[in-house]
Design a protein around this ligand. Structure first.
Ligand SMILES: C[S@@+](CC[C@H](N)C(=O)[O-])C[C@H]1O[C@@H](n2cnc3c(N)ncnc32)[C@H](O)[C@@H]1O
Length: 211
C-alpha cells in the first residue's frame, strides 16, 4: 500500500481508532515502552505515533518525538497532549520512510503497529537504524506471520482484506531481520495466543557496515 492511500485510510480511521484498535493494544504498548529503559534526557522516536495511544506511558524524564503521516491521527494525538498537559512530547508530520532527522540522534526508537502498514518495512527499519545511536534500543510491536504453515496460509489469504483496513497480515519477521541485518535481543507475547508480539533489538551499526 502506498503512503498516499495509507494517509487517507488513517485520516478516516482517526475518527474511531481510540474506541476500537487502541483499546486492544494499550496494555501491550505500556509494557513494550518499559523495555526501552528510558533515562534522564534520553531522546525517543515514536514512529507512526497515530492518535498517541502510547502517550500516557512515557516517563517524564525523556523527550519524545512522535511522527505520523496522517493529519487526522496527529489531531487526536495533539488533543491528548493538550488535555493531559504533556510537556515532553513533540509531534511532527513526516514520512517514516524518509525521516527528517540526522544520523545517530535518538536513544530509543518505538515502532508500534506501523511496520506492516508502510509500503516498505525494510526501509522503515533502515531509517530507524540510521537515526538511532549505535547500541540504541529499537522496540517493535507488531503482528508477524505465524511460523505455523497452516496459520501463515490463512494470514496470506486474509491479507487483501487487512490491506483495505490499512495493514498487512503476512509480514515475516525472519526475512525482515535478514534484510536489515538486525539482531533480536529477545521477543515476547503478553499471552500465549496473543496475535501481537514485542521484539526488542539493539541498533548494531557495525553489522550494518559489514564489519
Ligand atoms: C495502526 S496505526 C498505529 C498507531 C500507533 N503507533 C499505535 O500503536 O496505536 C499506524 C499508524 O502509522 C501511520 N503511518 C503509516 N505509514 C506511515 C509512514 N510512512 N510514515 C509515518 N506514519 C505512517 C498511520 O498514519 C497510522 O497513524
Amino acid at each position: 500500500m502506498q503512503e498516499t492511500t495509507t494517509k487517507k485510510i488513517y485520516d478516516i480511521q482517526s475518527l474511531v481508532y481510540d474506541v476500537t484498535f487502541a483499546k486492544l493494544v494499550k496494555r501491550r504498548i505500556s509494557e513494550a515502552i518499559k523495555h526501552m529503559n528510558i533515562a534522564q534526557d534520553d531522546k525517543v522516536l515514536d514512529l507512526g505515533i497515530g492518535t498517541g495511544a502510547s502517550l500516557g506511558f512515557y516517563p517524564s524524564q525523556g523527550h519524545v518525538i512522535g511522527i505520523d503521516l496522517s493529519d487526522g491521527m496527529l489531531r487526536e494525538a495533539r488533543k491528548k497532549i493538550r488535555e493531559q498537559n504533556i510537556k515532553n512530547v513533540t509531534l511532527v508530520q513526516a514520512n517514516a520512510l524518509t525521516l527528517p532527522f540526522p544520523d545517530d540522534y535518538f536513544d530509543h526508537v518505538f515502532i508500534s503497529h506501523v511496520i506492516s502498514v508502510v509500503s516498505d518495512p525494510v526501509v522503515l527499519v533502515q531509517e530507524a537504524q540510521r537515526v538511532a545511536k549505535p547500541d540504541a534500543r529499537i522496540v517493535v510491536l507488531n503482528h508477524f506471520q505465524s511460523s505455523n504453515r497452516f496459520v501463515a496460509m490463512i494470514e496470506k489469504w486474509l491479507c487483501p482484506l487487512c490491506t483495505r483496513l490499512g495493514w498487512r497480515s503476512d509480514l515475516a519477521l525472519p526475512e525482515l531481520m535478514r534484510k536489515t541485518k538486525m539482531q533480536i535481543d529477545y521477543r515476547y507475547k503478553l499471552d500465549v495466543l496473543d496475535l501481537w508480539e514485542t521484539v526488542v533489538m539493539t541498533n548494531n551499526k557495525s553489522a550494518l557496515a559489514g564489519v
